[in-house]
Ligand binder design. Structure first.
Ligand code: SAH
Ligand code: SF4
Length: 382
């Protein structure tokens, strides 16, 4: 079987080349061809010795992900659906803005965390993507957009791991992929412009701080354990307090001096003034400096199976107001690519669920309904 060269960071490629009897600088040349030039044909790599090119042809290839579909939104957002085999597909989204180009990529086919408001979560989990499959999304998008725009300049300036999957539950594949993004011989992205978004896998946050600190976004969504347990089931394992402590530890190594807290605004669930006030308490309590976090309020992108609704704009403004009055930098995320289902949490791909996430979620919904019914009864009795 041929080795997919997109699987390697530079050290990995150097080790592979060494096995072929080649020096490290050859690996660097090859790495540049792959990632800076987007080459996938060894014959085009003109400064590599013919003998090396022949060797590579025999044992290696550049395996791109087959594109199932491409959709372009009226606002310029582009969404690709990639085939990752066995009936699974993952999505990546390019979001052009005046001063940057952001690519949102996937780390898993599905997700095992099972957040109530997330359409990926509702699909269950199939498998981790490999490093090569994570990198292939960037490799494809960058070089395809350059061709389309007729430029040799960099098009993608920022990468966010906010597509399908929980990146910190695919740690071993994630870290080499991040290294490829950061490497000056590849995409050369700044650490501040590569963001890992996590639902709060505390031990892996600590490891990331050591192995490859990049910007960190934490999907908070609730100010207390009882609500967060329900919305983000991982909270039962790593409760809010532990998560806050992990954020502070991460900040000691982070390329930015703040954590971004993502907060999906769910009508009547987590969007009341009391929730905002609890958040203020939560983050102030731990603040070593005044500004160590920012809030990014995300209007919920509804999908029928969730049974949840988007908060009214006035609610979001009031919520943001409370945070800002307490001195917390708060932004409300613009929804982009709405018309092509490319907005946050709408990335659904295709997932052959191999876990019991979907079943568990259905059970939880039943329990919630029962609890609600029980609540109603108690109310009637008193
Ligand atoms: N698993 C990681 C990264 C992928 S989700 C995480 O949870 O952080 C990327 C972001 O989209 C997260 O903040 C997530 O909470 C948010 N999101 C998920 N479903 C959403 C929805 N339906 N509407 C708006 N945002 C959503
Ligand atoms: Fe997984 Fe993130 Fe969706 Fe939660 S929000 S189910 S962690 S992808």
């Amino acid at each position: 079987m041929k080795v997919n060269l997109l699987e390697f960071d530079l050290d990995g490629l150097a080790a592979f080349c060494e096995q072929l009897g080649e020096k490290r600088f050859r690996a660097t040349q090859l790495f540049r061809w792959l990632h800076q030039r987007g080459a996938d044909d060894f014959d085009h790599m003109s400064d590599l010795a013919k003998s090396l090119r022949e060797k590579l042809k025999g044992c290696a290839h550049v395996q791109a992900l087959p594109v199932i579909s491409e959709h372009q939104s009226s606002d310029g957002t582009v969404k690709w659906l990639f085939d990752v085999g066995a009936g699974n597909a993952v999505e990546a989204v390019f979001i052009p803005e005046d001063d940057r180009g952001t690519l949102c990529i996937s780390s898993q086919a599905g997700c095992a965390v099972g957040c109530r408001f997330c359409s990926t979560g509702h699909q269950g989990f199939s498998r981790n993507l490999t490093t090569g499959e994570i990198v292939a999304q960037l490799w494809f998008a960058e070089h395809m957009l350059r061709k389309r725009l007729g430029t040799t300049d960099r098009v993608i300036s920022n990468v966010v791991m906010m597509g399908m999957g929980e990146p910190l539950q695919n740690y071993a594949a994630l870290v080499p992929a991040l290294r490829v993004m950061l490497d000056d011989h590849a995409y050369g992205l700044s650490r501040r412009r590569v963001t890992v978004s996590t639902s709060g896998v505390v031990p892996m946050m600590d490891r990331l701080a050591q192995d490859c600190p990049v910007a960190l976004a934490v999907s908070l969504h609730a100010p207390n354990d009882s609500l967060r347990d329900d919305l983000v089931p991982l909270n039962r394992k790593y409760p809010v307090q532990e998560l806050m402590d992990a954020c502070n530890r991460y900040l000691e190594h982070a390329p930015r001096d703040f954590i971004t807290f993502e907060y999906c605004m769910l009508d009547g669930v987590n969007d009341l003034p009391e929730h905002a006030m609890q958040l203020v308490d939560l983050v102030k309590q731990h603040a070593h400096t005044g500004v160590w976090c920012k809030f990014n309020l995300i209007p919920f992108n509804p999908f029928p199976a969730s049974g949840l609704h988007r908060s009214a704009a006035a609610r979001v403004t009031a919520f943001a107001g409370i945070l800002m009055n307490a001195g917390i930098v708060t932004t409300v995320r613009k929804t982009r690519g709405d018309d092509i289902d490319a907005a946050c949490g709408q990335l659904a791909g295709e997932v052959q669920d191999r876990t019991r996430v979907v079943e568990r979620m259905a059970k939880r919904r039943t329990i919630n309904i029962q609890l609600a019914d029980a609540g109603a009864q108690t109310y009637k009795e008193t």
